[in-house]
Design a protein around this ligand. Structure first.
Ligand SMILES: [Zn+2]
Length: 250
């Protein structure tokens, strides 16, 4: 009889869990209480406050971005009242992260993390490398404006990475690619075809380019390096899949 009781209890538990909306399980740390496109809850109007930003740790921001990406992959983005958010954000901004992405039109940065007005700083350049201007922007984002995370996002099938592998020469692109080529050199131990036609090699160079960028941030910015050493911020990397929309943290 006990066996039947246990089976019945397990069935009730499964039923209760299946009734729970997946995004209700954890309230987002950036104040996203809206439960997505299928929900009848009101549109999100609120924006990040100074208090909310201050209370976050870098690890909480990483978790928040991972949850946002899960909603993006599940086609369950937070519904927002953009007009209200524009008005509410006009007085100040308290973003949680600085995200450096490639220029690629298939990587809509706010969307892939389910973020909106006032939530994140975004810097973009083909090949997601840093220069003096982007480092200065990151210092502004973290040291002046209080962001807790720097995230460098590379992506699958990146044209800039392929052009660096192919040693393309054209106008200002030539100089731009010199910033990415160290990642090609870092990938020379790759076993197999080291051409842009080999997706696995392109992926390897993409990952190494993200790692190079993280190192360049630390070596090029004593301010950010010190903040990272004190635990005030984290500097991490990720790769975005064009096929699935999923972000994999390195
Ligand atoms: Zn790209």
């Amino acid at each position: 009889m006990n066996v039947y009781k246990n089976i019945a209890a397990a069935g009730i538990l499964v039923f209760l869990l299946s009734c729970q909306h997946p995004t209700d399980q954890q309230k987002s740390s950036s104040g996203d209480t809206n439960t997505g496109a299928g929900s009848r809850s009101p549109l999100r109007e609120k924006v990040m406050t100074a208090e909310e930003q201050r209370a976050l740790t870098p690890d909480q921001v990483i978790l928040d971005l991972k949850e946002g990406n899960r909603r993006f992959v599940n086609n369950d983005l937070t519904r927002r009242d953009h007009s209200a958010m524009v008005r509410n954000a006009a007085k100040g901004q308290y973003p949680v992260a600085v995200i450096l992405s490639c220029l690629d039109s298939r990587v809509p940065v706010e969307d892939i993390f389910d973020k909106g007005i006032g939530d994140i700083f975004v810097a973009r350049v083909a090949g997601n490398f840093v220069n003096e201007d982007i480092l200065g922007s990151m210092e502004f984002g973290c040291k002046v404006s209080g962001a807790k995370l720097i995230l460098v996002v590379g992506h699958e099938n990146c044209g800039a990475i392929k052009a660096a592998i192919d040693n393309v020469k054209m106008g200002n692109i030539t100089a731009m690619l010199t910033k990415i080529k160290p990642a090609v050199e870092r990938s020379r131990d790759f076993k197999g075809d080291q051409s842009s036609k080999n997706d696995a090699f392109v992926d390897e160079v993409c990952r190494n380019n993200v790692l190079n960028t993280i190192e360049a941030i630390k070596s090029g910015s004593p301010i950010l390096k010190e903040m990272a050493e004190k635990g005030e911020i984290k500097i991490v990397g990720a790769v975005y899949s064009l096929k699935t929309g999923a972000v994999t943290f390195l």
